[in-house]
Design a protein around this ligand. Structure first.
Ligand SMILES: NC(=O)c1ccc[n+]([C@@H]2O[C@H](COP(=O)([O-])OP(=O)(O)OC[C@H]3O[C@@H](n4cnc5c(N)ncnc54)[C@H](O)[C@@H]3O)[C@@H](O)[C@H]2O)c1
Ligand SMILES: [Zn+2]
Length: 344
């Protein structure tokens, strides 16, 4: 955890880190949104640096954008003692980290995540990478940032739907690892959230799991709860031109996978109702027809975490606990999505 600082003084924390490092050059990576909303909060505290701006969005998380980043570093004669500061959401963090760790066999990088998703999920665990020909995170590596500085102040300018999307991972962290926390959460109000506490809870939880299983051989797979069905929903709707946010899809996936957990007597009907009700109160309902549900089943089979044609998922085993590598069938996914659709 020593590399992760959660603070309401991001600029000071960053200055301290820079004081301790012996960096020959510093670059800061932003997109057009974090340039406007986040960069002004720290720029006056930074020593001389190069600003690298890329276009926002997952579609730019690719090798062309990396080339543009490597080009700037090269033109500015960055040597191996250079530093890249990634100021942005998960796209900036994953791709900036990838560019840093491959430029001249690796330079230092600091992540300053500015979306809730990047703060509670992408900030920990060392996954870096880019998309490749429509395959998400297909090229990449595991490597921890040299420092992560998290400040809830950045969330103030984040659009509400992005904030809620990131919050899906927070719900997940409670459902898989903190039953008592879930009891508090299900009675809480989203508008009154203490974001610093929320972030601290999630980072601690994810850090603990990632440290026990850095390369996702076993335990870390509990973090996939909601994601087997969620990814399938996300990919299908994107391909249909009806894209929803990652967290919105994971919200659907968590209801579906909680349903499957209940049909296997792993959680009670009351727990399922609580989970479904809480999630339904926070997210727009995904519109899924019978034809959609059938197609989503097919996407689940293609999920890269599966072995062969078997669909493997993490399920709840009591609320606050999870099991992984559980085979589920296309039929169960079908039923679970019909349950999701039938709830009013
Ligand atoms: N490395 C990991 O472990 C990990 C975990 C989860 C997700 N990810 C990756 O993260 C990416 C998604 O991250 P994301 O949801 O942060 O998306 P994102 O980086 O695309 O950011 C979402 C949008 O918010 C804008 N934005 C960012 N900060 C802002 C702020 N403070 N105020 C206003 N606007 C702001 C961005 O410009 C963008 O338009 C995916 O590529 C995913 O693969 C990685
Ligand atoms: Zn996720």
């Amino acid at each position: 955890m020593e590399k992760v600082v959660i603070t309401d003084q991001a600029a000071n924390a960053l200055m301290q880190t820079l004081d301790h490092g012996q960096f020959t050059s510093i670059a800061i990576l932003v997109d057009e949104n974090t340039h406007i909303h986040c960069y002004p909060l720290i720029k006056h505290h930074l020593p001389e640096h190069t600003l690298i701006q890329i276009k926002s969005g997952e579609i730019h998380k690719n090798i062309e954008t990396c080339i543009s980043i490597w080009n700037v570093l090269t033109e500015q004669s960055f040597d191996r003692q250079g530093l890249l500061i990634n100021l942005g959401g998960g796209v900036i963090g994953d791709m900036g980290g990838f560019c840093a760790r491959t430029y001249k066999r690796g330079i230092a990088f600091i992540n300053v995540p500015t979306t809730l998703l990047a703060q509670v999920d992408a900030s920990v665990g060392g996954k870096l990478g880019i998309d490749f020909e429509h395959l998400k995170n297909h090229i990449g590596l595991f490597s921890e940032p040299d420092q992560v500085i998290i400040d809830p102040v950045f969330l103030k300018t984040l659009p509400d739907n992005e904030l809620r999307s990131g919050y899906a991972e927070v719900i997940k962290h409670h459902l898989i690892a903190d039953g008592k926390g879930w009891d508090r959460m299900k009675n809480s109000h989203f508008e009154e959230m203490n974001w610093k506490e929320v972030i601290e809870h999630s980072v601690k939880m994810k850090y603990g799991v990632a440290q026990k299983d850095p390369t996702e051989k076993g335990l870390r797979k509990i973090l996939n709860f909601g994601h087997t069905v969620g990814h399938a929903v996300e990919s299908y709707l994107m391909q249909e031109g009806r894209a929803i946010l990652h967290g919105e899809a994971v919200a659907v996936g968590m209801v579906a996978e909680a349903y499957i957990s209940n049909t296997r007597d792993l959680i009670s009907a009351g727990d399922l109702t609580d989970i479904q009700g809480y999630i339904q109160g926070l997210y727009p309902k995904a519109k899924l027809s019978a034809r959609d549900i059938e197609a989503i089943g097919k996407y689940a089979v293609q999920d890269k975490k599966n072995k062969g044609k078997r669909i493997l998922a993490a399920l709840l085993n009591g609320v606050g606990n999870a099991v992984w590598d559980i085979e589920i069938s296309g039929k169960e996914i079908d039923q679970s999505l019909r349950y999701y659709v039938d709830q009013t």
